[in-house]
Each structure stands twice: as structure tokens, then as C-alpha cells.
Design a protein. Structure first.
Ligand code: ADE
Length: 594
């Protein structure tokens, strides 16, 4: 039954089909303000919604059910034409709610509500439009009634074929091999079309180091279901449901096992390739519920197009697996820079009949203590990271020495770039770069990483407004339940970037990375100058302990200097989190780019 109220898809606080945990994460990110609310779609029953709302620091979830006549109501409540009207009513009347919906928790600007894991409503619309053109030679908005319903149905019915978790025609043995390949992880899964026993589909799910297989039945009513579990019209819905609930499985779904040949076609000018084939593979996925942010304000300097093209090269070309690269496939061209134990070269990797620009980190002196293990540490840690503001690790190449093959950031290190460009670099580009560094660092924090060497030299530029964090040689992955890393002794450390607790107590966590982030901000606004120039280690410690801080750079706006000072709070807990820093920039950019 059609609802008659305002279309929820047009509401900024409508987040689409996200599970309860994701709703709670989004509300928590905004500090659980009393009365803050968001609306999401029920993951199991089409047409039902959930209102998630904060009261007294806790999050409550109200199910909004669609009635036979198309109205919406909270259990035992009053009917409304749609969720928007229901929420508007409760702004003034509690009528059974614990608190009034006061402040909307909006989606990030420029993002679209989720339709399924890894698929936004915008993605789905691209696919629908493509099919509308192909089948009816019409754009989607010219289709009505049955034609439109049929189209939505047929696209939804086939969409699983293009997902990163779908493996076509493989048997149980092959599924087990693929699941095992990069190690088991609770909730890792794939869906396969079967080659035996009458075809159909099966879900292979990893739990406690084993793969369990579930048959997906196609029931008499045409729905898909597992054992006694609920039925769904589309495999997409079934998978969305089990991301949200165990419902008889050994565990919930968490990460896809990606087919080895999962790859999107290259788009012919971005227009004529079949977007249904894989509209989603362009995305670097950190979470099934996240859409990459796009700047929603103008930035000066180079256009964003090269940045998008750049991202496609690395997202199209590679799976999540670390490649073992043969030296014959790698051509090194020029030296980009030298590090403590090696050099970085620009190069080209031949891969699937194309040449991919890469940066290659090479170990030159095998006798530098720990160099091999540090570079290996970097390779292993980086392989797990996939975010557009973090340099991608592509693979390793072993000859007589050891090479890390990395995504190339053509404009190189931020400190050198701003030194070259000096005042010619527009201030809003500096701010955008620093925002992206904070976004990348927030991602690392979510992945339980401490970077331990964040500095402008380790921020690389793809364009003047597209930055990536690099150099994970000193990074550490924290174990479950650990929130800091403690070393036994001091090492060859970048002291000028380190918080007091790192130096005094050898203790590192995401808040010590925040301190380094403040120094990175300072370097950026100071055109790549060195911090604490002319001062030595002991002097710097005394300077900081006496409460002094680096001076406000000439080009640095007051508000951003205030942020820097907060990053340099003596007590780690007084420093902002990277999430807060990201939000700070959003507000800052909105206010300074009308
Ligand atoms: N210098 C160090 N790593 C680099 C990379 N990935 N791209 C460009 N320059 C670099």
C-alpha cells in the first residue's frame, strides 16, 4: 500500500536501511544530545520504519508500522500519513514517546540513504535509470505505475549478481577454499549460485575458524529464506537482514569474501558502460553502511575530476588481497625521495593489460637493524586498510631486496608541496586537505590503529585538494580491548610531533596521534616549515611542560589555531577526537563557503 505522506527519501534525517548498531553509532558520533533522532527503514519488512531517538543518554528505537491502508503508526498509537507527519506530531505531543524528537541527526551532506549493504539509494537509482533506458528507451522519471514497479522488481531481483559477496557457480569445496584464503573471521560470508543439487543459492559463513553452509530456499511464494527464518523477495534483502540479525545463523554477517575476479568494467566516459554490472565497485568500502563523502562546497585549484579518476584506478584494479608482484611486471622510472632505510621510486605496474602508476618503496641497505621487519610490518598493516584518504598498499615484490608497491600520490609530500607553492596555495585548499587528513585518521582510529608518525611529510597529495595518509612503518594495530600501545624503550622517534605521554611514558593512542595532527596543521599553515626550529629535544620538553606552544602561523585563521591548541592539551582526554575534528571542519567550511 502506497503511503501518502511526505517522501522520507527527501528528509536529511532519513538514513535508509541501516541496522540498529549503525544507527546508534551515528547518534553517538553526535554526542547523544537529548531528543536527537533519526529515521531508518526496517531491514526486514518493506514499508516499515524505525525512529531511533536519544533520551537520558540512551538510544530508544520505536517501530513505525505500515498499516493496510498505507498509514504509519507506533504500536497502539495514532495513524499518520507517513513517518514525517508522525515525527512532526511528536515534536509537540509525547503521546507515549519518552521524549520529544528535538534535533535531527542528519546524514552527512552529499550522501544518500542506504538501500542495502554497500548500495546507496543513489546507486540503485543509477541502476534503475540504466535499465529504464535499456528496456523502455525512457528515463526513470518518465515511467509510471506497473512499468515502473516491474522495473524496480526486476532490477532488485538481479542486483545480487553484481555484489562483492556474490560468487557465481561455485561448489562448496571452492567456497571453502575462498573463505579460508585470507583467513577466517567471524561473520565473513559469501553467497554462491550452486552447481549441484538442483542449483539455487547457498550462504557460506565463517564462524570460529570454520565455514558453515546454509541452503537458501526458494519457497513456494517465490521468497528466499534460510531454514525457518523469514522470507524475502530479493537476495539483497535477505543479506541485509542477516547483517542486522543472527536469526538462527551462527553469527551475523560482517565482511564479504570477495570473488578473485571481482572487478568493474572501465567506464566509457562514465556513460555507456552498464552501471548494473557493477555500480558499486568504484567505492572504496570501509563499512557496508558508509558512502564516501564528497566535498559539498567549491574548492579552488585543480578540478576534482582527476581525483575521481585516480580513485577509480586503484579501486577498480585491485581486490582486498595483497598481490605478490613479479619484478618483471614492475618498471621503476625516477626517484621520488629517500627515507631512513630506503628510497621511494615512481613506477608502473603491468596489471591485466594496463599500466598502473605506482610508488615503490625499496629497501636499500639490508643491514639497517629492524628495517626488514619494519617494512614488513608496514605491508601487513597497510594491506588491511582501504580508505580514500589512506594510501593503498597494492602488493609486495621480493627480489634480492624487498619492495612495497603502493598507490601513487603524484603531487608528493604535503610539507614539500606547500613549501614550493607558498602563498599561492589558497587557504580553503589547506583547510580541505587538513579535513581529509582528519577523516583518514578517524578511519584509522576506527580500525584500532595508532599511526605514531603523523606529520606533513607523511601526508601525500593526489591533487591540491585530495590528500592521503601514508607511511605506516611505525604504526601499531591495537588488540581487542586495548586502547593504547606501550613500548619498552624509546626509539628513533619524531619527538617534535610527539605528545608528552609518548615521551615520558612511551604510551601511544589515538589521542597522541591527535597531538601530532596539531603539529601537522601547524606545518601546513607555516608553508612546510620545521616546527620548534633550532630547539633540541630537551629544550622542547621543557618548553611544552612550561605550558608554551608553537605560535599561530600568519596564515592560520583564529578558529583553526584554537583547534591546534586543543590538540596540544597536556591531558590526552582534553584533546578532541578525530571525529570531533572532522565535524569541526564541516561547520567551519559551511560557514566560510556560503
Ligand atoms: N613518497 C612516498 N610514498 C609515496 C607515494 N605513495 N606516492 C608519491 N610519493 C611518495
Amino acid at each position: 500500500m502506497q503511503q501518502s505522506g511526505k517522501n522520507p527519501a527527501n528528509l536529511q534525517y532519513y538514513h535508509g536501511r541501516i541496522p540498529r548498531e549503525e544507527a546508534e553509532r551515528r547518534l553517538r558520533n553526535k554526542n547523544l544530545v537529548e531528543g536527537m533522532y533519526l529515521l531508518r527503514a526496517n531491514m526486514t519488512v518493506n514499508g516499515n520504519y524505525v525512529l531511533s531517538i536519544v533520551h537520558s543518554g540512551r538510544i530508544h528505537h520505536y517501530s513505525l508500522e505500515c498499516q493496510a491502508n498505507g498509514s504509519i503508526m507506533i504500536q497502539d498509537g495514532r495513524p499518520f500519513p507517513g513517518p514525517y507527519e508522525l515525527i512532526e506530531h511528536h515534536k509537540h505531543a509525547l503521546d507515549g514517546l519518552l521524549t520529544h524528537p528535538r534535533e535531527p541527526c542528519n546524514r552527512d551532506p552529499g550522501t544518500s540513504p542506504m538501500a542495502w549493504p554497500y548500495v546507496t539509494m543513489r546507486d540503485f537509482e543509477v541502476a534503475l535509470n540504466y535499465e529504464a533506458n535499456r528496456t523502455y528507451r525512457k528515463s526513470l522519471d518518465k515511467l509510471w505505475g506497473k512499468q515502473r514497479d516491474d522495473l524496480v522488481y526486476s532490477v532488485s531481483k538481479k542486483l545480487h549478481e553484481h555484489q562483492r559477496w556474490f560468487h557465481k557457480n561455485i561448489d562448496r569445496e571452492e567456497a571453502e577454499l575462498r573463505m579460508k584464503k585470507n583467513g577466517h573471521k567471524n561473520g565473513k560470508f559469501l553467497v554462491r549460485s550452486k552447481t549441484h543439487n538442483g542449483g539455487g543459492f547457498a550462504l557460506s559463513l565463517s564462524c570460529s575458524g570454520h565455514t558453515k553452509h546454509y541452503r537458501i530456499d526458494e519457497r513456494e511464494d517465490g521468497n528466499y529464506g534460510i531454514e525457518e527464518g523469514p522470507g524475502f523477495s530479493f537476495l539483497m534483502d535477505l543479506i541485509g537482514h542477516y547483517f542486522n540479525r543472527m536469526d538462527g545463523l551462527l553469527c551475523k554477517l560482517t565482511v564479504p569474501c570477495v570473488p578473485p575476479d571481482f572487478r568493474a568494467p572501465s567506464y566509457n566516459n562514465g556513460t555507456s558502460a552498464n552501471p548494473l554490472y557493477n555500480p558499486y565497485a568504484q567505492r572504496s568500502v570501509s563499512s557496508p553502511w558508509d558512502e564516501p563523502e564528497s566535498p559539498d562546497f567549491p574548492v579552488q585549484g585543480q578540478s576534482n575530476l582527476p581525483a575521481e579518476d585516480h580513485q577509480k584506478i586503484y579501486d577498480f584494479g585491485f581486490t582486498e588481497n595483497l598481490l605478490r608482484i613479479s619484478r618483471n611486471d614492475l618498471e621503476l622510472t625516477e626517484e621520488l625521495g629517500k627515507g631512513y632505510f630506503g628510497s621511494v621510486m615512481r613506477g608502473r605496474l603491468s596489471f591485466n593489460n594496463s599500466l598502473i602508476p605506482v610508488a615503490v618503496k625499496t629497501l636499500i641497505q639490508n643491514d639497517v637493524p629492524n628495517s626488514q621487519s619494519e617494512i614488513m610490518n608496514e605491508a601487513i598493516l597497510m594491506a588491511r586498510l582501504k580508505h580514500k584518504n589512506v594510501i593503498r598498499m597494492i602488493g609486495i615484490c621480493r627480489t634480492d631486496t624487498f619492495m612495497l608497491v603502493l598507490e601513487l600520490a603524484p603531487l608528493g609530500q604535503l610539507n614539500k608541496y606547500v613549501r614550493r607553492r607558498q602563498q599561492r596555495m589558497p587557504q580553503q585548499n589547506l583547510v580541505e586537505i587538513l579535513r581529509q587528513v582528519a577523516v583518514g585518521m578517524a578511519y584509522l582510529g576506527q580500525q584500532n590503529f595508532v599511526h605514531r608518525d603523523l606529520a606533513a611529510r607523511n601526508v601525500l597529495l593526489v591533487t591540491e585538494t585530495f590528500a592521503k595518509i601514508s607511511d605506516f612503518g611505525m604504526s601499531k594495530a591495537l588488540g581487542i580491548g586495548e586502547n593504547y600501545y606501550k613500548t619498552e624503550r624509546a626509539g628513533k622517534w619524531p619527538l617534535k610531533w610527539y605528545a608528552p605521554e609518548c615521551i615520558w611514558y612511551f604510551k601511544f593512542d589515538t589521542k597522541s596521534d591527535v597531538w601530532s595532527y596539531g603539529v601537522t596543521m601547524w606545518e601546513t599553515f607555516e608553508n612546510g616549515d620545521k616546527p620548534y626550529k633550532g630547539m633540541r629535544g630537551q629544550e622542547i620538553l621543557e618548553f611544552i611542560d612550561a605550558g608554551h606552544r608553537l605560535k599561530q602561523p600568519n596564515r592560520c585563521p583564529e578558529k583553526l589555531y584554537e583547534l591546534m591548541l586543543r590538540c596540544w592539551s597536556h591531558e590526552a582526554e582534553d584533546r578532541p577526537s578525530f571525529q570531533e575534528i572532522v565535524r569541526f571542519y564541516k561547520d567551519y567550511q559551511r560557514n566560510s563557503n556560503p
